[in-house]
Design a protein around this ligand. Structure first.
Ligand SMILES: CC(C)(COP(=O)(O)OP(=O)(O)OC[C@H]1O[C@@H](n2cnc3c(N)ncnc32)[C@H](O)[C@@H]1OP(=O)(O)O)[C@@H](O)C(=O)NCCC(=O)NCCS
Length: 220
């Protein structure tokens, strides 16, 4: 066991963890190329984490090494409920921020949103609705130096125990990488759906893949 691993523990999220969690979220997003793809880190971090940290913090966990946050899992027990908050509170706030900061006119943001719109109209974001069979969702990210030492697995275990206590029957995750897909499979997830999207082709030169994976939770 590495010395780093011995010092890492997983605990429920607290508001003091918010900034560190947002930084890891931004740094690890979009295959770790967020700086090349966006003009505004705070808005990207809002889009990725705001619902979870501010509206459902009880479903979030962090991994800490000597009090420093080195990884997190943010979740929602019911994606449909999350969507309601997102549409009425989060998305209007993001849209407003984009408008007042003139970000629609900035090159990187414009290019990204253009790609998303084209992909949307091509139907590339369509996916089967898994929300009844797999109502909960999660996002997990570990800081680069702390990967491969069991932190991710510990976070998944804590979240699954939490879901079990709350009577939630199944959870879903999505990833853009083969490596994270393998990680989820090691944690007991199975691939439910795989798709291919072109919205980042202008940057990566290739389509990106998305895997949706699910795991059943044994509730009494
Ligand atoms: C994917 C990620 C969450 C995994 O967390 P981690 O702490 O590195 O993984 P763990 O050390 O807990 O590994 C748990 C198991 O998964 C396996 N695993 C982890 N990363 C793997 C990889 N890249 N390829 C294959 N298997 C992997 C481990 O071998 C381990 O299995 P074992 O117990 O049999 O040894 C982390 O690497 C990460 O944050 N990556 C970047 C962002 C990302 O891809 N997020 C995923 C969701 S969008």
């Amino acid at each position: 066991m590495s010395p780093i691993r011995e010092n890492i523990s997983v605990r429920p999220y607290t508001p003091q963890d918010r900034n560190a969690l947002r930084k890891i979220s931004y740094d690890t997003s979009f295959l770790e190329k967020a700086d090349d793809l966006f003009d505004e880190p705070e808005i990207v971090a809002d889009a990725l984490t705001l619902y979870f940290t501010d509206s459902e913090p009880e479903s979030c966990f962090v991994a800490v090494n000597d009090e420093k946050v080195v990884g997190y899992l943010i979740g929602a027990k019911n994606e449909k409920e999350m969507d309601k908050v997102a549409w009425f509170k989060i998305y209007p706030r993001l849209l407003w921020a984009l408008l007042v900061r003139g970000l629609f006119l900035k090159r990187k943001t414009f290019r990204f949103l253009q790609g998303v719109l084209v992909s949307h109209f091509k139907g590339e974001f369509n996916a089967p609705d898994f929300s009844h069979e797999y109502p909960a969702i999660l996002h997990i990210n570990i800081a680069r130096d702390f990967r491969g030492c069991g932190v991710g697995q510990k976070l998944i275990q804590s979240y699954c125990e939490y879901l079990q206590k709350n009577g939630v029957a199944a959870v879903r995750a999505a990833t853009m990488t083969e490596t994270a897909k393998s990680f989820f499979e090691k944690c007991g997830f199975v691939v439910l759906f795989k798709t291919q999207r072109s919205y980042l082709r202008y940057y990566f030169r290739n389509d990106t893949f998305v895997y949706v994976l699910g795991k059943k939770i044994h509730t009494q």
